[in-house]
Design a protein around this ligand. Sequence first.
Ligand SMILES: Nc1nc2c(ncn2[C@@H]2O[C@H](COP(=O)(O)OP(=O)(O)OP(=O)(O)O)[C@@H](O)[C@H]2O)c(=O)[nH]1
Length: 371
Amino acid sequence: MTAPEKPRSPLARLFMGADHTLDRLLAYWFATCAFYMASLAVLVAEILAGTTPPQAGLILIGAGMAGVTSFYLLVRFSQRLGLEYWQLALYQAVWAMGCIIAAYAITGPIRGASMSLMLVVMVFCTFALRPRQAVALAATAVVCIGVTMWCMARLDPAQYPPAVELMNFILIALGMTGVTALSGAMNRLRARLKDQKAELQKALERIQTLATIDELTALANRRHAHAVLSAEEERIDGAPGPVCVALLDLDHFKLVNDRYGHACGDAVLRAFADAARPEVRNRDLFARWGGEEFLLMLPDTRLEDAHRVVARMKERVASVEVDGVPPALRITFSAGVVQRKAGEPLSDAITRADQAMYTAKSTGRDRVIAA
Ligand SMILES: Nc1nc2c(ncn2[C@@H]2O[C@H](COP(=O)(O)OP(=O)(O)OP(=O)(O)O)[C@@H](O)[C@H]2O)c(=O)[nH]1
């Protein structure tokens, strides 16, 4: 069971939304933001050192700040705008690549650092983009940085020597290819893990079902019945409403097995459960307590009403026909029904129901005794 979410302060609600659905995306945005701030600080230092033209540098800083703000707004209102996670990641990556390439063109001697930033962006995208999108992004970025390098080598060969630019281009092309290939492998691994998680979830649900349901009758099994009874015991501790329990035992069931075979006996048990089940509400417990014995627990029910429920079950069950069993041999059961006394443990109430059921057996069977 997951812990209930803490209510947010008005300020946190304003910046992060009322619930926690955007938390992960906003955490990523925050990491990106810190990354930009560090890059912009380097750019400012460059401008102050005179290695980057101030006008171009300031334009890039403005673009960086505008981008960071816009992406916060896109993430914050992504649900309203219908934006998916991969779209946000792709837009941010395209914008970041654009800024990095512009930085390469204006930062002069330390431009090589921009190339490592391109790799960082690609690594970030590994977790959000589909493999084809990552390949397209990397290819576009390599082409754009290649064109920029070529232009800079033509326009300013003193600062951007063609041989250095060629080396830089080969390095970034290799780096981007490697990171993209790794990203593809990570994506495949992630897809496999996701499939395995879904399979495990299904297996867990099946195990949980098997652990609580009786395979033959599809009623709750005895182990689950005990868990429900304990939970009910806790609930009624503070709730004064009446609770009834009943034990139902099929009559002369050994005879059915002996005369018509065990498979036929099984069919009778299933038919009994199917016929009786419609009388039970969702909040009631109807469990197979043992071989041909069944437990019923009816919360917020008075004895007369519980008696009526079991009597109606008897009528339904009596009209059931089972393949292989002659119609003359009706399915009947004997039952004891009791209402829990104030403060009485449910286990004691079940013992009383059991005694009432044995009275029903000993006084002729095919009857319901309320005690
Ligand atoms: N077919 C089948 N029989 C079962 C199952 N569980 C218990 N039984 C049989 O149920 C029969 C219960 O017999 P008894 O306890 O003598 O009770 P009974 O014949 O119903 O007699 P009364 O309860 O006195 O009316 C036994 O023969 C068990 O083998 C089951 O899952 N399937």
